[in-house]
Write a protein that binds this ligand. Sequence first.
Ligand code: AMP
Ligand code: ZN
Length: 468
Amino acid sequence: MTLKLHDTLTRQKRAFVPDNPERVTMYVCGPTVYNYAHIGNFRPVVVFDLLFRVLRNLYGEGNVLYAANVTDVDDKINKKAADEGVAIREVSDRYLAAYNADAAALGALPPTFQPRVTEAMDAIIGMISDLIRHNGAYAAEGHVLFDTQAFPEYGKLSGRAMDEMIAGARVDVAPYKRHPADFVLWKPSKADEPSWESPWGPGRPGWHIECSAMIQDVLGLPIDIHGGGIDLVFPHHENELAQGVCAGHGREYAKIWLHNGFLNMADEKMSKSVGNVVLAHDLLKTWPGEVLRWALLSGHYRQPLEWTEALLDQAKSALDRLYRVLDDSGRFLAGRTAAGGDGGEIVRDALLDDLNTPQAFAGLFQLADRARQAVMAKDAPAATAARAALLDAGGLMGFLTADPQAWFQAGADDDLKGRVEALIAERAAARAAKNWPEADRIRDALAALNVEVMDGPSGATWRVRENA
Ligand code: AMP
Ligand code: ZN
């Protein structure tokens, strides 16, 4: 089965065929690092991490190059640094580290490249110069502007007519623009803003050119897949496409454009400006990263997803169900391991169909069911194969990476852990002394702590009971 992806540009699901299967390239627009990122910002992180994993599975780990950029030149970063009285770089470094830590906790693999605007200035200036040389851009009053009239297909990605795009531009059009839709590639910096030397005077780049230049710099053009949130289609990606094609002298820019839908709260896009945000950093204090990842993937990536407590509870109980099967089958098989059981393609095929995660989750439950039934039937070979398939398919999606015991004990604090271990030791002593009433009393005491004890050949293990 081949990978099919929905392409925003052609508005259809298309078979994905990379130019070079030994060098598959993907670029995703990343965050502006001036604060902790909200969980909505991590929807593209998790969605495109899943795609990265699927591509690595299809083409081989070393054959997929994934670049996710960081915007570290921005007024919001400057303001934060000024408010705190620290260097701009200190702010961007701090929140980039926090962002990467949160992404890792959500199970995202590190991208192959994480280019930063401040480190790509030569590439940005080079691309702007190239555009000017090929009549795709013009300098005026310390600014450089992209000449939208030089690209007749401008508006193609977002499906907007020129009138609409102009209406979307600011009401009072800057006098140095030849056409109201023209957008900034380079602008002068104000006195207190960071600035870089350029052929057009000291200044800094516009937002859109940064991504095009970083793509050209780290991956080379054209790329196979370009991704980001749906809010980036216009103007950001429309402008990237225009610049990229003009700088490449008519060559294709990206083969497939992929956009994730919004994460909403109370039916509105989660965003700092609305104020309806929950930080991943805070959620991770109470929820395992896999639960947040599951919640983010529980709807199809193109659809809006409503973020609620109930969504998190459902994600937790779904993963509890899978970990319970891993735990029970692991104990039944006691150390027997198998590499790659069969049946995992039910999950893989769902992902190949435009990352159909709801169907992939259903596939994981089917595999779990097979493993559970094999354990009930005491069929060790079938249980081994189904368990291995579940682990493989879960791993492909970035799930089931924890030890099942640790998963179920994660809800217990040190105090509870200490009490449970002490009670289990007392119970073992009572059983050794054949003091059955005492052993039963202790079992009840453990149950009252919401703890379930499982006896096995190598002693008793325990887990915190799932919520009903
Ligand atoms: P920003 O820092 O706002 O530029 O966003 C970084 C990335 O997160 C971009 O790909 C955005 O499209 C995406 N994003 C921001 N807010 C949301 C949201 N509520 N739901 C889904 N994606 C979002
Ligand atoms: Zn971008």
